[in-house]
Structure formats: structure tokens, C-alpha cells
Design a protein around this ligand. Structure first.
Ligand code: GDP
Ligand code: MG
Length: 799
């Protein structure tokens, strides 16, 4: 019975605390602990609240709260019955009686059967309880709950057969009934009955139950039909992925039913290893809105005691009437409505579909992904036909990978070749602005700073904006269309070879754009070790900030084999990522603890609006960096290069520096570069290259802008490109700073060395410890040095 049913003066023992989260925790903190004795002392005039005495002090609870405490009454009868005929009657202390009552009451497990219509719940109910309820091969047979009782494994089971439902929305009377039952009766363990041969539709209800965050076991019913169909299901793996143990059953014959109830006992006792609370990921946009709503719901205890905040928040987003009514009592209702409506608008604008369908699509995507990894054999998909047809090609065993490589090649081609045209326009535009400003302003340090420092430095980076926009456009298109998830899926096997999961593949591809959002996208990876490895190898994926360096140096030194050189550089980054992943998996995290689901959302043609808006939000970050860290970096580099000044004639051009010049005329930058250069000399670096590499630590774009500042060229030849200036010897007769071999070693070093500051910060934040950030800095720099050294030596011999 429940505590609220206790009459004044009656004694009882606490059996369990129902309800949820914070509310449940507070009751436990107040002393409502299993096995404790409690007495109803006094009831308020309106019977609410009621005062109880417990552990020697008194508390008052409202009826609605007391309803969530299950108790077993301690009657004189029960103690006499137990001790009848025993001499020890008088010595039986109160706690002993309490323990006994508690022990018997807590050995009762309340089980509710929930599932779609016609999945075999009533058959299971009959087999288990020995009842003779009517079964029928049509829906709507069970109109209300039937209860049965039996014992198994030393426990008494109260089992309830509920009406069949497809979901837990409040549309049909059956759904409402089931939902109220879950809210008011809070069964100890839910048995979700699913049809093994039609998991796709059946698991939808499961995702809603997962949102509810209740103890649950899945009965994989009609397993005989699945076996006959020739398919096989790795239900152990599937159960681990969704965090709910699965037991195959044939409820017509009773096969597997004993195992089902053994598993229920294990779950009830908290001993089952597969049990884990997972979040069915609904995509960044929806999750973002959800998080805000959940945070608010969590602050109101009276609400979250009935349903888990996540479930309520999702239902509220779906404009579910009951959820709205429940939340309407909260003081924050206005705020919640506003958050929801803004969020809705944003999601619907981006996805071009209403929020409720978007949530359903994400859930089906989750199910699809989980099944794709666990079902072998022909699978009849209930997903839309076009998705099935496209998937037949895209994830085909023969075409899948070549198609993916072709797509990647297409993206790089667009980025490098097509992007070149607007790049040239911007390049000449920047040069023109530089000349105009130079003509307008009077000679002096200010003009030098604006022309050489700011326009030269920032300009040399901004010219790559078109390439970066194209790359981002392609990545956004892949994400929005659903192809990215397939790419991850077909790469899953390959990723398993390096100890990762297909899901790690998405952050790696995103890394080609920028490592920072890519590292943040690794959050979706549920297993900790996989997530950490994915984050730590991400900096080796060459981001768009490194692109300008490659474009510059490849264009200058390897223009004959440009495509090949680009490909080799990117591939080198990927290879280093693979090696690092393997090492980490081998020596640091030898086992991957949790299997998880990779969502396969249905394909949709992305709206231009959504893709452009994703692209723009990424490009905006790039531009903002340009105005911030890169601008500041350029000015600092320029100033360090400009001062101290000794010779007015030798103004900003230190490019005329030769061996014969007095060392005291060195700029600060030159002194720094020369101090560090001995370390870098084995890689073929001139001090200017060393300076550029150091300057690139805040942001890798600064490498090129630093070269732009360092090689300003002379006044007359102002429109020579930076590439041409790099190959010009610093003085007549001297060797040029960059040889092809040195340029190659430089690119390799820049590719691999210490990630930019933003990336280090992201690594530290996402991994939860500065040690990982430090690891990135030290390990990557060492690896870069060694690799660049080897490549330089080889290149010197060959080139
Ligand atoms: P409910 O609507 O969920 O209560 O489902 P019922 O228990 O009424 O069963 C629906 C139909 O499925 C009945 O014809 C059952 O005989 C049949 N059925 C139930 N369990 C199984 C099973 O494990 N295998 C097979 N092949 N049929 C089953
Ligand atoms: Mg039934």
C-alpha cells in the first residue's frame, strides 16, 4: 500500500520510494529509507498534509507526495502470526518486526507489460500468471489493465497487462491509460514487449520509455518468427547499445519466459550489467532547446517527481496537452513557452519540417542505426522508400566506399580548383587596397603598420575565405542531407580496426573544416575512451586554417604536382591520426566500454536556406577570428619585426638582411627566430620559417600572414605574389630561404605540430582535464619534428 492510505495511529514499514530524481532523493535524505518504520501521527483538518513520525522525528507530507512512498503496514496480526507459538514473542524487538515486514514486502516486484497492439502481451501475461485471458489477433482486445500474481525465483510478481500502444503521446484513450498508469502506479520494472521481426516500428515506443528513464527489460517476442525469416539479431549488442537488457521469448509456447523473469529480478536488484541510461540523441539543434527546458523543469520538484525531466521536456516540445497542463503549474511556464516557441521556429526554419516530425525522424534514425549494426540478413525497412533505395546504393558493400571516396575527391576539387577563381579576385583586391592606402597616407610607422601589418597580414589570410566557404558548404550539405551519417556507417568497419566506432568518423571529417567544432561534435560519442581518442587525434586532420599555407607553398614549389601533394599532405595527417589512435587504444585505453548507436536519419534534400545558414555560421567564426586573434597576431608580429629601429632607410624591409649586416640591427622577431632556430635547423628551416611556425601557435592562419609580413618585398615590385617573394633570394647571390625540400618539411611540420590555442582549449574542455591539452601540445610537436626531419632528409636526397 501507499503511505497516504495509512490511517492515523497506524504503523508501517517503508518498502520503496517511487517517483523521480530530486524529489526521490529528498525523501531519502529525510529518512524515508527502505525498512524504516513510520507512523501516521496527525492529519490536518482537510486531511492534507499529514504528519508522520519517523526515526524519532516528525515530518509532514502532502498527499500527493505520500502517494509515492510504498509501505507495508505493521499490524499486530502480522507480528503475532509470525511468532505464533514461539516463546520469543516478548523479546521480539520492534526493528526485527519491521525488518521482517520489509523483507516480505520488498520481495514483491510490480511488473507492467507495455507494447504495441498485437505483440503478444496477453499471451505472455497468460503464460506467466497461468491466467486465461482472451488473446486475439487484432488490436484493441485488451481494453484495460488485467492483473495477475505468481511467484518466481523467490519473488512475488504482480503483473499487469496493459492496452497496446504505439507511443506515449496523449492521443488515443489507450495511450492515455498507459501513461497515467506509469505515472500513478510506477511499476518497479517495465517489460517492453516487442515483435522481433518488426523491430523498427516497435522500438519507437521503446525510445519513449527510454526517455522516461525507468527500470526496463525488453521481451523480444515472436522470436520464432525472426528465426524462420532467416535474419539474425545480435540482441546482446543491441541491448547494450540502448542500455536495456533484451530477452528472446516465444510467448505462445512459453519459451524464454523463465529467463525473462530472471532478468527482471536482476534489473530489480540492480545487478544487470547491461542497464544504462542512454539519451536518444535528437540532433544538436533540438538538443540545444531541450537542454534549456530540462534545466528549468529540474528546478521544480513537484513536476519532476512524476516524470523524468527529459521525457516531459520532449513531450512539451511536441506540444503534448498533458505535458503542457502539468507544466502550467510551474512558475516558469511563460518562460518555458517562450523558449519552446523560439526553439520550434528555429528548428523548423532549419529543417523545413515541423518539430514533432523532426523528433520522430531522429528517433527512427536512432533505431535504424542501431538495427543496421545488429541485424544480419535481408531487412524489410519501414523507412521511406526513397531512403531505402538510396541506401541500397550508398551503403552497398561494393559501391559504398568508392562512392564515398569520389564524394571526398569532389569536395576537395571544388575547394581547391573552383575556389581559386574568387581567390584571385580577392587577392588583387587586397593588393589594390594596400596600394590605395599606401598612397593616401603619409610615410611613417603608422602607414607601415596598416599597409604591411594589417592589410598584408590579414589580407594574406582573407583571400582563402572562398575556399573555406566552399569546404564548409560541402560539409554542411553532407550533414544536412543525411549522407554524413551513411559515410560514417560505411566507414564503421574500418574505424573498428583502429579501435573506434563509425560515429567517430563524423568529427574527423568535420575536422577538415575546423578542429574546434569537430572536437565539440565528438560529444555525441557515448563511450568515454572512444570519445577521448577521437578528440586527441582530431588535430591531425588538416583544418582549413592550414589550407592557406599549403596553397601558398604547393602553388610555389610543387605546382606541377599540386593535387598529388595536397592529397599526400592530407593523407599524412590521416595516417598520423590512425597511428595515434592505435597507440592510444593499445596502451592507454585497451578496451572500449560501451557499444552505442549511430543514428541513420532519413535522407532529405537539404534546403538551400538551411545549408547556407550552417555554412554561414561556420564562416562567421572564421571571419570573427580574422578580426580578433589574427589581427592582433599580425600587429604583434609586425611590431616585433619593425622594432627596434636603427636605420631609418632600412624601414620595414628586413628582407635585405644579409650576413654582413651588424647583428645589433636585428629586430626582436629576428632575435627570437635565431634563438630558436638551432632546434629547427635540422628540418631545413630558415629563421623566418621558425618565426612563422611560432607565430602560428595562436592560430594557424597567422603562419601565412607572418610570412606575408616578413617577406614584404620592395616598393617597386609591390604586386609580386607572396610565393614569388619566398623564392627570391634575400640578397643578390644568396640562397633563397625556401628550397622545395624545406618547403615540404615546413608544411609537414605545420600540419602536425602543436594545435592552435582554440583547439587546445577545446581539447581541455571536452576531455575534462588540462592534461589532455598538454598531451596534445607535447606529443603533436614531437611527432611533427620527427616526421618533418625524416621527410626533409628524404626530400633533400630526391629533389
Ligand atoms: P496483445 O495484443 O499484445 O495482447 O497480443 P496477443 O497476446 O493477443 O497476441 C496476438 C497474436 O500473436 C496471437 O494470435 C498470438 O497467438 C500470437 N503470438 C503471441 N506471441 C507469439 C510468439 O511468440 N510467436 C508467434 N508466432 N505468435 C505469437
Ligand atoms: Mg492483449
Amino acid at each position: 500500500m501507499r503511505l497516504n492510505e495509512l490511517n492515523v495511529g497506524q504503523k508501517a514499514v517503508v518498502v520503496k520510494i517511487l517517483g523521480h530524481g530530486a524529489f526521490r532523493k529528498r525523501l531519502i535524505e529525510m529518512g524515508f529509507v527502505k525498512g524504516k518504520e513510520i507512523t501516521a501521527v496527525l492529519s490536518a483538518p482537510l486531511r492534507d498534509p499529514v504528519k508522520y513520525s519517523l526515526m524519532g522525528y516528525e515530518v509532514s507530507l502532502r498527499h500527493s507526495e505520500a502517494r509515492l512512498v510504498e509501505v507495508a503496514p505493521v499490524t499486530d496480526g502480522s507480528s503475532r502470526h509470525r511468532d505464533s507459538g514461539a516463546a520469543s514473542l516478548r523479546t521480539t524487538s520492534e526493528p526485527a518486526v519491521a525488518n521482517d515486514v520489509y523483507a516480505r514486502a520488498s520481495r514483491t516486484i510490480n511488473v507492467a507489460l507495455i507494447g504495441n497492439p498485437n505483440c503478444g502481451k496477453t499471451s505472455l501475461f497468460n503464460i506467466a500468471s497461468g491466467a486465461r485471458e482472451h488473446v486475439g489477433n487484432y488490436s484493441g482486445v485488451t481494453v484495460e489493465a488485467k492483473t495477475g500474481t505468481f511467484t518466481h525465483g523467490g519473488y512475488k510478481f504482480n503483473i499487469v497487462d496493459l492496452p497496446g500502444t504505439y507511443s506515449l503521446s496523449s492521443y488515443s484513450p489507450e495511450e492515455l491509460y498507459v501513461r497515467r498508469y506509469l505515472r500513478d502506479e510506477t511499476p518497479d520494472v517495465i517489460v517492453n514487449v516487442v515483435v522481433a521481426s518488426n523491430l523498427e516500428r516497435n522500438l519507437y515506443l521503446t525510445t519513449e520509455l527510454i526517455d522516461m528513464d525507468r527500470s526496463m527489460v525488453i521481451a523480444l517476442n515472436m522470436y520464432d518468427e525472426l528465426k524462420n525469416s532467416g535474419q539474425t539479431l545480435d540482441y546482446e549488442l543491441l541491448g547494450s547499445m540502448i542500455g536495456v537488457p533484451m530477452v528472446p521469448t516465444v510467448s505462445k509456447t512459453g519459451e524464454g519466459v523463465d529467463r525473462l523473469f530472471d532478468t527482471i529480478i536482476r534489473v530489480y536488484e540492480g545487478r544487470d550489467e547491461q542497464v544504462r541510461h542512454v539519451h536518444v540523441n535528437l540532433g544538436d539543434d533540438i538538443e540545444g532547446v531541450l537542454r534549456g527546458i530540462i534545466d528549468i523543469i529540474k528546478t521544480d520538484r513537484s513536476i519532476s517527481q512524476q516524470f523524468s525531466p527529459r521525457y516531459l521536456a520532449i513531450k512539451f516540445m511536441e506540444q503534448d496537452r498533458e505535458a503542457e497542463q502539468l507544466l502550467a503549474h510551474s512558475a516558469f511556464y511563460e518562460k518555458l513557452l517562450q523558449m519552446r516557441d523560439n526553439g520550434r521556429k528555429e528548428v523548423e526554419r532549419l529543417r523545413d519540417e515541423d518539430l514533432t516530425s523532426a523528433i520522430a525522424a531522429e528517433k527512427y534514425g536512432y533505431i535504424d542505426g542501431a538495427l543496421a549494426e545488429t541485424i544480419k540478413g535481408e531487412r524489410t525497412s519501414s523507412a521511406t522508400r526513397s531512403t531505402a533505395i538510396i541506401d541500397a546504393f550508398v551503403t552497398n558493400r561494393l559501391f559504398g566506399i568508392p562512392l564515398f571516396l569520389a564524394v571526398m575527391f569532389g569536395i576537395f576539387w571544388l575547394t581547391f580548383s573552383v575556389g581559386n577563381y574568387p581567390m584571385e579576385w580577392i587577392e588583387s583586391g587586397v593588393a589594390w587596397i594596400g596600394r590605395q592606402v599606401g598612397d593616401l597616407m603619409a610615410e611613417g610607422p603608422l602607414r607601415d603598420m596598416i599597409c604591411d601589418g594589417i592589410i598584408g597580414g590579414v589580407g594574406s589570410v582573407i583571400v582563402f575565405l572562398p575556399n573555406i566557404m566552399i569546404l564548409y558548404f560541402c560539409i554542411s550539405f553532407m550533414e544536412d542531407s543525411g549522407y554524413m551519417a551513411r559515410a560514417a556507417f560505411i566507414m564503421d568497419r574500418a574505424m573498428h580496426k583502429i579501435g573506434l566506432h563509425g560515429k567517430s568518423f563524423i568529427p574527423l571529417v568535420m575536422g577538415f573544416g575546423c578542429n574546434v567544432p569537430a572536437i565539440m561534435a565528438s560529444r555525441a560519442i557515448e563511450s568515454r575512451s572512444s570519445r577521448l581518442i577521437t578528440i586527441l587525434i582530431n588535430p591531425f586532420i588538416s583544418c582549413s586554417a592550414r589550407l592557406p599555407i599549403f596553397l601558398l607553398l604547393v602553388g610555389t614549389f610543387f605546382s606541377a604536382h599540386a593535387a598529388l601533394t595536397f592529397f599526400a599532405l592530407y593523407a599524412l595527417g590521416v595516417i598520423m591520426a590512425i597511428i595515434t589512435a592505435k597507440l592510444l587504444r593499445r596502451f592507454v585505453w585497451p578496451t572500449d566500454e560501451t557499444p552505442f548507436v549511430m543514428e541513420l536519419p532519413p535522407y532529405r534534400v537539404p534546403t538551400m536556406k538551411a545549408t547556407l545558414s550552417h555554412m554561414w555560421s561556420k564562416a562567421r567564426q572564421y571571419l570573427r577570428k580574422m578580426g580578433g586573434i589574427i589581427l592582433v597576431g599580425c600587429i604583434i608580429v609586425w611590431a616585433l619585426n619593425y622594432f627596434p629601429r636603427h636605420d631609418e632607410n632600412n624601414t620595414a624591409t628586413i628582407a635585405v638582411e644579409t650576413e654582413s649586416i651588424d647583428p645589433s640591427s636585428d629586430s626582436y622577431l629576428e632575435m627570437m627566430g635565431k634563438a630558436v632556430n638551432p632546434v629547427m635547423k635540422p628540418l631545413g628551416f630558415h629563421w623566418r620559417a621558425t618565426v612563422a611556425a611560432i607565430a602560428g601557435i595562436p592560430a594557424k592562419e597567422i603562419v601565412v600572414s607572418t610570412l606575408g609580413v616578413l617577406y614584404t618585398g620592395d616598393e617597386e615590385a609591390d604586386d609580386t605574389t607572396l610565393g614569388a617573394r619566398l623564392t627570391t633570394p634575400p640578397a643578390p647571390g644568396a640562397a633563397p630561404d625556401f628550397t622545395p625540400a624545406a618547403a615540404l618539411a615546413f608544411m609537414v611540420f605545420i600540419l602536425l605540430y602543436c594545435p592552435c590555442i582554440a583547439t587546445v582549449v577545446a581539447v581541455t574542455k571536452e576531455c575534462g582535464s588540462w592534461r589532455y591539452g598538454l598531451f596534445s601540445i607535447v606529443y603533436n610537436t614531437m611527432l611533427a619534428w620527427i616526421t618533418a626531419f625524416v621527410i626533409y632528409r628524404i626530400a633533400v636526397m630526391i629533389l
